[in-house]
Design a binder for this molecule. Structure first.
Ligand code: HEC
Ligand code: HEC
Length: 280
């Protein structure tokens, strides 16, 4: 089965899939003396994986290094800009985030549980919470989903949970959203007729073009990519992967991508939050 998949994949993307590339499983992600969980037992609801790995494990030594030290991590330029925005008054109410939330550290733990179902029974992402604050409490314009401001602000809020285990809820009111996300994850799409699982579950730890395929985990998002030198959002990344298989991507903020975000987050339950991670 796995062999057939290699061939299909290689033919589909017209590249040699070079076979096992052996992730550096011994590498240790340690930041400021804190050791991160980059490899652990898969949650019981993942039928086809016994272990889950952070995308960090599959990156080159050079890329890995950048994440070990916040002074080297290019994401921190954007984090700094978010710190400034946090106390900047915007909108008709004359308020900033800091007017109501004195210190951003109050959001410690939030990222580890996002997205989640809110009091109205709707699945809510951190991005949507921030925009709800802006429109409802500040009288300010919403930010673009993957724009510079939003990606930096969600990275700053995510950073407060760095090192904590991802622990999104998949039961109770989250269940139907999770089921929908799971279905999307296994649905083949695009001209190449590939599902997320075909690459990130069936073929992780192989080379696809010059890229070492990971499990497509989102524990490090929003993250900095060397490729585009900016902070990237989860749903922005999903769009990219869908475009690569020549599918029409869902829209950022769509019910589909939100459900997929919950499902993919749950595939990483137990890994450490790495926000803001560095990837190529
Ligand atoms: C006028 C006061 C006010 C302002 C300004 C405000 N917030 Fe809030 N914020 C709240 C209240 C009240 C809640 C809880 C109720 C809710 O979710 O609506 C909240 C909830 C949140 C949460 C969810 C916390 C959790 O643990 O559930 C986040 C994240 C957040 N705010 C971030 C921000 C950011 C970032 C800004 C600036 C862009 C901001 N807020 C501006 C009042 C405010
Ligand atoms: C043709 C194979 C392929 C398919 C299909 C695919 N991806 Fe990817 N994806 C990649 C490659 C290659 C990368 C870059 C290397 C890596 O991080 O795995 C990547 C990266 C990612 C990342 C970034 C991981 C990190 O650590 O930063 C996420 C998240 C992701 N993919 C999610 C998805 C989702 C969700 C789907 C389905 C909608 C999907 N991918 C479909 C090939 C694919």
């Amino acid at each position: 089965m796995k062999l057939t998949m290699f061939t299909t994949l290689a033919a589909a993307v017209s590249v040699a899939v070079a076979g096992a590339a052996a992730a550096n499983e011994d590498a240790v992600l340690e930041i400021d003396g804190e050791t991160f969980v980059t490899k652990t037992e898969a949650p019981a609801y993942l039928d086809n994986l016994s272990e889950i790995y952070s995308g960090w494990v599959f990156r080159s030594d050079e890329t890995q290094q950048l994440q070990l030290d916040d002074f080297e991590n290019p994401a921190f330029v954007f984090i700094d800009s978010a710190i400034d925005m946090y106390s900047k008054v915007d909108g008709t109410e004359g308020k900033s985030c800091a007017s109501c939330h004195e210190d951003v550290s109050e959001f410690k733990g939030l990222q580890a549980s996002m997205p989640r179902v809110n009091a109205d029974g709707k699945l809510e992402t951190l991005t949507e919470i921030v925009n709800r604050m802006r429109t409802d409490y500040m009288g300010a314009e919403p930010w673009k989903w993957s724009g510079t401001e939003m990606s930096a602000m969600t990275a700053l809020i995510g950073l407060q949970s760095r090192g904590m285990p991802v622990n999104v809820s998949i039961d109770g009111p989250a269940k139907p959203f999770w089921e929908k996300g799971k279905e999307l994850y296994y649905t083949r799409v695009g001209q190449l007729d590939l599902s997320c699982a075909n690459c990130h579950e069936d073929n992780y730890d192989t080379m696809i073009r010059a890229d070492h395929l990971s499990q497509g985990q989102i524990n490090g998002f929003p993250n900095y990519r060397l490729k585009n030198a900016k902070i990237n959002t989860v749903q922005g990344r999903f769009k990219g992967c869908m475009s690569n298989v020549r599918a029409e991507p869902y829209k950022e903020g769509s019910d589909e991508f939100k459900a997929l975000e919950l499902y993919v987050a749950s595939r990483g339950n137990g890994l450490s939050v790495e926000t803001p991670s560095v990837r190529n």
